[in-house]
Design a binder for this molecule. Structure first.
Ligand code: 13P
Length: 251
């Protein structure tokens, strides 16, 4: 099965309104038509203007970086999946390691967010990945397997089809330490096999699995050349248009 290749940017908590518009303008000027789907994961405040700046681009979509697990209600300061969908975003990043680390999110909560996102027509980009000590004790594959089970394996096959996986080893995020192509391939293959056991080979073959963690223009090509690496989730390098577009062009 041919999988959708994706390069998604995760701006994290960067760029004010004007800076965001400037970055989107540059990215859209530089992007060439290609088979790669580009997703911009912006802070909420950018989604509306990003949508109006990119409506004519079929290969560029928008993601929020989080959503609340409840549909609506008295949750001061929170943003619902339906609100995100209503401004034109089709994706939401869930389970990012920074949300797990700084906001206490665990897979039980993330599973609820996944359900709410799907129920409101958003496609989740589910992030998983191990910390350094887990890799050093060689328990990384077991850990990521348990994350997948806890957050995603309650879904029906129809629901699971909407999921994009991002493997982001925590020790590689923002550190300049990238997983080697072999380390990425080992984990991506393990993830695909795990999905295959639960949902069958066809669904596993069709699932886009992204790599994230210090992915840059100088290493994207070797990572994306691995058979089970279908693109990247890009943090720091998504804040510079030329670096981000260079990564998009790295397949
Ligand atoms: P960096 O690319 O800055 O390491 O961040 C990766 C990431 O966390 C994307 O979600």
């Amino acid at each position: 099965m041919k999988r959708q290749l994706i390069v998604a940017g995760n701006w994290k908590m960067n760029n004010n309104y004007e800076e965001g518009r400037e970055l989107i303008k540059k990215v859209r000027e530089m992007l060439q038509p290609s088979q790669v789907l580009v997703i911009l994961g912006t802070p909420y405040i950018h989604l509306m203007s990003a949508q109006s700046m990119t409506t004519d681009m079929s290969n560029l979509k928008l993601a929020a970086q989080n959503c609340h697990q409840e549909v609506s209600g008295a949750y001061t300061g929170e943003i619902s999946a339906a609100m995100i969908k209503s401004v034109g975003a089709d994706y939401v990043i869930l389970g990012h390691s920074e949300r797990r680390e700084y906001f206490g999110e665990d897979d039980a909560l993330i599973a609820k967010k996944i359900d709410t996102a799907l129920a409101n027509g958003l496609r989740p980009i589910y992030c998983c990945g191990e910390k350094l000590e887990v890799r050093e004790s060689k328990k990384h594959v077991a850990l990521v397997s348990s994350q997948l089970e806890a957050a995603l394996f309650h879904l029906s096959p129809e629901q699971f089809k909407e999921i994009i996986i991002a493997y982001e080893p925590v020790w590689a995020i923002g550190t300049g330490l990238t997983a080697s192509p072999e380390q990425a391939q080992e984990m991506h293959l393990a993830i695909r096999k795990k999905i295959g056991k639960k949902f069958g080979a066809d669904l596993a073959d069709g699932t886009t699995i992204l790599y994230g963690g210090s992915c840059k223009p100088n290493n994207a090509n070797t990572l994306f050349s691995q058979p089970d690496v279908d693109g990247g989730l890009i943090g720091g390098a998504s804040l510079k248009a030329d670096d981000f577009v260079a990564i998009v062009n790295s397949f």
